[in-house]
Design a binder for this molecule. Sequence first.
Ligand code: KIV
Ligand code: ZN
Length: 519
Amino acid sequence: MSIETIKIFDTTLRDGEQSPGASMNTEEKIQIAIQLEKLGVDIIEAGFAAASPGDFDAISKIAQRIENSTVCSLARAIDSDIKSAGEAIAKAKMKRIHTFIATSTIHMEYKLKMTPDEVIKRAVRAVSYAREFVDDVEFSCEDAGRSDIGFMKEISDAVIEAGASTINLPDTVGFRLPFEIGEMVKIMSDYTKDRAIISVHNHNDLGLGVANSLEAVVNGARQIECTINGLGERAGNAALEEIVMSLKTRKDVFSNYTTNINTKEIYPASRLIATVTGIEPQPNKAIVGKNAFSHESGIHQDGMLKNRETYEIMSPESIGLMKEDTLVLGKHSGRAAFKDKLAKLGFNLELDALNKSFERFKIMADKKKDIYDNDLRALVTNEMTKATQIYELVSLQLMDFSDGTPSSVVKIRKDGKEILEAGIGEGTIDSIFKTIDRISGFDGKLLDYKVNSVSEGKDALASVTVKVAFDKKDPAIIGHGLHIDTMLASARAYIGALNSYLSMEGMLKKRNCDSRETV
Ligand code: KIV
Ligand code: ZN
């Protein structure tokens, strides 16, 4: 029997970004796309081009950068969306437009207020128009999980005829059980045969996204849509790492299937996405959770020492989770050794990024005795995903007044000029952020604040993530800061969010739709 390759379609940058609080700046999206390409995903859904000029810009930059994965943009079944998608991905080596319209009765009747015939017409128009931009068009029957199978056959016939080569059947609301998804996929793949690839896109509202995707594979699906860390709308999408590692670990069951994924890039991808979004996978999350490979009980540890397979069904190394190394580089280490170490960690930096990271490494090595791989990963990721530095922190001084009121003095550089301000607050963080507000003229609303230590030790790097709304009308912005001193890391995170906001501000204001809106 021949081995079939299951295409992995990653939608972390589109459906994943629809997770509350997971918005990313352009630099972050580019770095994620590069990591997804390294991971070996077949298709990267880079965003929804018509949503805003910012989304359009990120997709087109990704399209110019990625060579080994197909770059895809989502588009509703309307001409202006399809035009934006086509233009955003125009420069990609391999490109796809993914267009969709709802096919369930409830969506057609209440959301779209369209008859089934009108929906088919709209879908055909969308696919034909998309074919004017690309050869590779995917069509999704939104809410397929609750759609009539006869109607899905009819609309599939029509869109295949119009030029779609992939028919995606999303369980948009995460309602279906594995055997039901299996039945739906079997009927549809037997029906479309080699006229189109059947794809699934399972949401996780009942915690069944991965199980449903695996059941789809054995019933004929040849593409799975998923996200790293299971990010996505509401309870998220099926997690890429769980699907891929299930297919690999249970080769006895899935002997006829393979993927193009290099599983050793799973852990780096998971860490990058957690760092950028500030959304850490739960500790007991399968494959990438902090505890996924730790064995606490004495009985388990004893068994593991005798034979790892007693309690381990896959190795941490297989997902790229290596034993932590301390870095033997010190403050006297040269650029070549630093570059070499980064390459071993999977970072191949261009000269400018290498120089900036090296500078930061030197400053860190001056202050911190043991530098771990995770410190380096965090430092480089932080450097590479920074938005343009409109405001730059020069110094921060903290003190308390005699009555205990925290106050801070912040010096910031903007357009080559240094601005000094002082302010007070209810707490130290409050005083720092309010002082930065006085300098910028914004009144940022802090929606979330998180601090994690990057590695161990009292001198561990603090990684601070903030979520700030600078304007009621715009989405909240995430900022990251890294420093041995938590207060400095906090100030950097807040300024980072401000810089991201300012570099996207004009684009955010023009945001005109999102994929959850009706056609
Ligand atoms: O869940 C869904 O239906 C989607 C579509 C746009 C594919 O995300
Ligand atoms: Zn979805």
